[in-house]
Design a protein around this ligand. Structure first.
Ligand SMILES: *[C@@H]1O[C@H](CO)[C@@H](O)[C@H](O)[C@H]1NC(C)=O
Ligand SMILES: *[C@@H]1O[C@H](CO)[C@@H](O)[C@H](O)[C@H]1NC(C)=O
Ligand SMILES: *[C@@H]1O[C@H](CO)[C@@H](O)[C@H](O)[C@H]1NC(C)=O
Ligand SMILES: *[C@@H]1O[C@H](CO)[C@@H](O)[C@H](O)[C@H]1NC(C)=O
Ligand SMILES: *[C@@H]1O[C@H](CO)[C@@H](O)[C@H](O)[C@H]1NC(C)=O
Ligand SMILES: *[C@@H]1O[C@H](CO)[C@@H](O)[C@H](O)[C@H]1NC(C)=O
Ligand SMILES: *[C@@H]1O[C@H](CO)[C@@H](O)[C@H](O)[C@H]1NC(C)=O
Length: 673
C-alpha cells in the first residue's frame, strides 16, 4: 500500500497559477462568494454512498483471490484511502431479477429462514470492518412469492411484508452483528401508506426505533404530496428518497421539511464522462435540489460487462479469474467529498452556483472545520445516463471566497485537485496541491473547465494505492466445477450469475456418493417481480465472446411429470432482458422427451424427440456447438446431431430449468473458444 501525500509539481501560490499554465483570459469573470455561519447553517449532510445489488452487481467480487479482493474493498470503504464511502446501501434479496441478476432471499419460503445466503452480509461486514461508522441501508427490489400469496404484489398482507423485512434487519444483528441504519420500501415501485406505518410499528415492537425509514425510492411524487396530507405517515417517514432527480427537487418535497436524498443516482459508464456526471451531481444535488445525500448505483461493476448497464459502477472488478480490477475516475471524484466531510456535518447557507458555470458547496463540522468542494464540469463532459441534461455553459473564471463568522480566522486550506482531460488524456485525479494561504478571510482561485477542487482545514486526506493488479485475462476457456470445494461463507458457486431463479450449493447427505455436493435451483414459485423475469430459471457463466463450445453437466430433475432442465451455449442476454434470451438450449424433460431450442422461452424449436430421461435420476448432458452445427449427447451417447444454427453467433454458457422447480446440477464443465 502507498499513500501519496506528494505535492503536484506546480504551485498554487496564494491566488494565481504558476507560469506555463493556461492563462485565464483578460475577459475572465471574477466573482466573490461569501461563506458565513453567523446566520446559522444549512441542512445537515447525510453522506455519500453507493448501492450493491439491484441487482447482483457485486456478484463476481466475492470470487476474487486475496490480496486483490481486500484491495478493492479498501479502495471503496477504507477511510482516507480512496472513495471512503459514508453509506453502503444493499439489496434485500428477494429471489427475483433486479437488473443484472437475482439475489437470494433470506426466506425463500414461508417456513424458511437463512441469513447466510448471497454476499451482501459479507459485504456489509467488510465495509464495517474498514469503517465502523459507515451507514447501512437495506431496500427490496423483489420479494419471494409467499409474501404475496400468489399475487404479484407485496402490500395485500402488509403485516407479512413488514415481518419479512424486519426479520432481515434482526437477522443482520443476530448473525452478523450489523446494525441497519435505514430501510426502504420497494425500489422504484408503488408504496403503501398502510404498509409503511405497519413497518414502523413492527420495527418499534422489535426495539428497532433507531432504524429510519426512507420512502419511496422512486420520484418526489406522489410520496411528498401524500406526506403533506397524512400526518401519521409524515410522522414515520424520515427521509424522502428520489431516484435520478436531475439535481432538482419539487415544492411539495421541500414543504414536508423532510431530509431529501438522491437515494439512487449516477448509473453511468465509469469513464471520465461518468466521473464528470458524478462530480456535478454530488455538488448540484444540494445546490439545486437541497439533497443531503447522493447514492450511486452501483458500488462496483462486478458483473459480466455485457449484462445491462455494464461498468456503471464507481470502479470495475469484473474478472475474479485474473485478479484484474480498475480503480476508475469516479472513485477519486468521490474522495473529494467523502474524505473531507462526514454524515452529521452541515452545509453552509450559500447559493453555490458559480458565476461562470459550475458549483460549489461548503460544509462544516460545527467545530471550526471547513470543507469547500468546487466543480466546473462542462455540459458535454458530465452527462449522466438520465435524465436529459439541459444545456449550460462553463467558462474559465476567478472565484474569490470571503470567509466570515467562525471561518474568519482560518489561515490556510489544504488543496486537492482533479482535472478531467477527456480526449486530451491530460487528466489528473485527486492530487494534493500546495495549501492556499487565506489572507484576512479571503483567497482566490482561477478555475478552468472540468476541474474539481477541495479546499479544507482537514489534513487527513490521502490518495492511497496498491501496486497494479494482474493484467486482464479472458474467462478460462476450460472451466470445471464439481461443487465439492466451496467458497465459504457464500451460498453460490463462483462465476455463475443467476438471471431467473436462485442456484445454491446443496448437500444431499443420503446420496450414495457421486452427488452429495451439487448446485440446486431453489425458487419454486415465480417471485413478486421487479423486472420481466423469465418463466424458466437460468444461470449464466463464462465469456460472452465464446463462439464454439462443449458444455457438459450432470443433471437431476426433481419435479415429476413436467419437470425439465437445460444446458445452453451462445446465450446472448440476461438481466432485465432475460425473457428475450436466445442461444442454443438443450432440454430434457421428466416425461422422457428432449428438445433443442434457439431461445430460453422454448418457442423456437430446432429439434425434438425421445430421450428416456426421467425425474429423480442423474443423467449427463453434453452440448456441442461448432460453427453452425450443433449436437447433443446423453450419458455420453449421441442423442441428436447436426442441428444447424446461425444466430446468435456468440454468448455465455448456461444451466437452468423449465419452470420454477427444484433441480440439481453437478460436474459442470465448459470448454470453449
Ligand atoms: C433549498 O435550496 C435553495 C437554494 O439553495 C434555498 O434557497 C432554499 O432556501 C432551500 N429550501 C429549503 C426548504 O431548504
Ligand atoms: C477539525 O477536525 C479535527 C479532526 O476531526 C478536530 O481534531 C479539530 O478539533 C476540528 N476543528 C478544527 C478547528 O480543526
Ligand atoms: C458537444 O458534443 C456534441 C456532440 O458530440 C458536439 O457536436 C459539440 O461540438 C460538443 N460541444 C462542445 C462544446 O464540445
Ligand atoms: C497537461 O496539463 C498541464 C496543466 O495544465 C500542462 O502543464 C501540461 O503541459 C499538459 N500536458 C499535456 C500533454 O497536454
Ligand atoms: C438424495 O439422495 C437420495 C439417494 O440417492 C435420493 O433418493 C433423494 O431423492 C435425494 N434428494 C434430493 C433432494 O436430491
Ligand atoms: C468455430 O468453429 C468453426 C467451425 O469449426 C470454425 O470455422 C471457427 O473458426 C471457430 N471459431 C472460433 C472462434 O473458434
Ligand atoms: C450435417 O448437415 C449438413 C447440411 O445439411 C450435411 O452436409 C452433412 O453431411 C451433415 N453431417 C452429418 C454428420 O450428418
Amino acid at each position: 500500500m502507498g499513500c501519496a501525500a506528494l505535492l503536484w509539481g506546480w504551485l498554487l501560490l496564494g491566488c494565481s497559477w504558476g507560469p506555463g499554465l493556461p492563462a485565464v483570459g483578460a475577459a475572465a469573470l471574477s466573482t466573490t462568494y461569501v461563506l458565513d455561519d453567523a446566520g446559522g447553517l444549512g441542512r445537515q449532510f447525510d453522506g455519500i454512498g453507493a448501492v450493491s445489488g439491484g441487482g447482483a452487481t457485486s456478484r463476481l467480487l466475492v470470487n476474487y483471490q486475496e490480496p486483490y479482493r481486500s484491495q478493492i474493498l479498501d479502495y471503496l470503504f477504507k477511510p482516507n484511502f480512496g472513495a471512503s464511502l459514508h453509506i453502503l446501501k444493499v439489496e434485500i434479496g428477494g429471489d427475483g431479477q433486479s437488473t443484472d441478476g437475482t439475489e437470494p432471499s433470506h426466506m425463500h419460503y414461508a417456513n424458511d429462514e437463512n441469513y447466510f445466503r448471497g454476499y451482501e452480509w459479507w459485504l456489509m461486514k467488510e465495509a464495517k470492518k474498514r469503517n465502523p461508522k459507515i451507514k447501512l441501508i437495506g431496500l427490496p427490489w423483489t420479494f419471494p412469492a409467499w409474501i404475496g400469496k400468489g399475487e404479484n404484489w407485496p402490500y395485500d398482507y402488509p403485516d407479512v411484508t413488514a415481518y419479512y423485512i424486519v426479520s432481515w434487519i434482526l437477522g443482520a444483528k443476530q448473525y452478523h452483528d450489523l446494525d441497519i441504519d435505514y430501510v426502504g420500501i420497494w425500489n422504484e415501485r408503488a408504496f403503501s401508506s398502510k404498509y409503511i406505518k405497519l413497518l414502523r410499528y413492527t420495527l418499534d415492537k422489535h426495539d428497532l426505533q433507531q432504524v429510519r425509514i426512507i420512502a419511496s425510492d422512486r420520484l418526489w411524487e406522489p410520496i411528498s404530496f401524500v406526506l403533506l396530507l397524512d400526518s401519521e405517515l409524515h410522522g414515520v417517514v424520515d427521509v424522502i428518497g428520489a431516484h435520478y432527480p436531475g439535481t432538482k427537487t419539487v415544492p411539495n418535497a421541500l414543504l414536508t421539511k423532510k431530509k431529501l436524498w438522491s437515494s439512487e443516482d449516477y448509473s453511468t459508464f465509469n469513464d471520465e464522462v461518468g466521473a464528470g456526471c458524478w462530480a456535478r451531481i454530488l455538488n448540484q444535488n444540494y445546490v439545486n435540489g437541497n439533497m443531503t445525500s447522493t447514492i450511486a448505483w452501483n458500488l462496483v461493476a462486478s458483473y459480466y460487462e455485457e449484462l445491462p448497464f455494464g461498468r456503471c459502477g464507481l470502479m470495475t472488478a469484473q474478472e475474479p479469474w485474473s485478479g484484474h480490477y480498475k480503480v476508475e475516475a469516479p472513485i477519486w471524484i468521490t474522495a473529494h467529498t467523502t474524505q473531507f466531510t462526514q454524515p452529521g456535518w452541515s452545509y453552509l447557507q450559500v447559493d453555490g452556483h458559480l458565476e461562470g458555470g459550475g458549483s460549489f458547496v461548503a460544509l462544516t463540522d460545527g467545530l471550526g472545520n471547513l470543507t469547500i468542494i468546487i466543480e466546473t464540469m462542462t455540459h458535454n463532459h458530465s452527462q449522466c445516463i438520465r435524465p436529459p441534461l439541459p444545456h449550460f455553459s462553463v467558462t474559465p473564471q476567478r472565484a474569490t471566497f470571503n470567509l466570515k463568522g467562525s471561518f474568519y480566522m482560518v489561515e490556510t486550506l489544504q488543496v486537492w485537485h482533479s482535472r478531467l482531460g477527456f480526449e486530451s488524456g491530460n487528466s489528473s485525479l485527486f492530487q494534493q496541491l500546495h495549501p492556499v494561504k487565506v489572507w484576512k478571510g479571503s483567497f482566490s482561485l482561477d478555475l478552468n473547465m472540468n476541474e474539481v477542487y477541495t479546499l479544507t482545514t482537514l489534513k487527513t486526506g490521502q490518495k492511497c494505492g496498491y501496486p497494479e493488479p494482474p493484467p486482464p485475462q479472458p474467462f478460462p476457456s476450460n472451466y470445471k466445477d464439481d461443487f465439492n470445494i466451496r467458497n465459504p461463507p457464500f451460498s453460490e458457486a463462483p462465476n455463475f450469475a443467476d438471471q431467473t431463479g436462485v442456484f445454491e450449493y446443496f448437500i444431499n447427505a443420503s446420496d450414495p456418493g457421486d452427488h452429495v455436493f451439487t448446485l440446486r435451483q431453489v425458487v419454486v414459485q415465480r417471485p413478486i417481480t421487479w423486472a420481466s423475469d423469465a418463466d424458466q430459471t437460468i444461470s449464466l457463466i463464462g465469456n460472452f465472446q465464446w463462439v464454439n463450445m462443449t458444455v457438459t453437466c450432470d443433471i437431476y430433475i426433481e419435479k415429476q411429470h413436467d419437470g425439465g432442465v437445460f444446458i445452453a451455449g451462445r446465450v446472448d442476454s440476461g438481466g432485465i432482458y432475460v425473457r428475450r434470451t436466445k442461444g442454443v438450449f438443450f432440454w430434457v424433460f421428466a416425461d422422457g422427451t428432449y428438445r433443442v431450442t434457439g431461445d430460453l422461452a422454448g418457442e423456437e424449436i430446432l429439434m425434438k424427440g425421445l430421450s428416456g430421461v426421467r425425474d429423480n435420476a442423474w443423467h449427463t448432458l453434453t452440448l456441442n456447438i461448432q460453427g453452425t452445427s450443433t449436437s447433443g449427447l446423453l450419458n455420453g451417447y449421441p442423442l441428436w446431431e447436426n442441428v444447424t444454427i446461425s444466430e446468435p453467433s456468440n454468448g455465455w454458457a448456461a444451466i437452468g430449468t423449465r419452470s420454477f422447480e427444484f433441480a440439481q446440477f453437478d460436474n459442470f464443465h465448459v470448454e470453449a473458444s
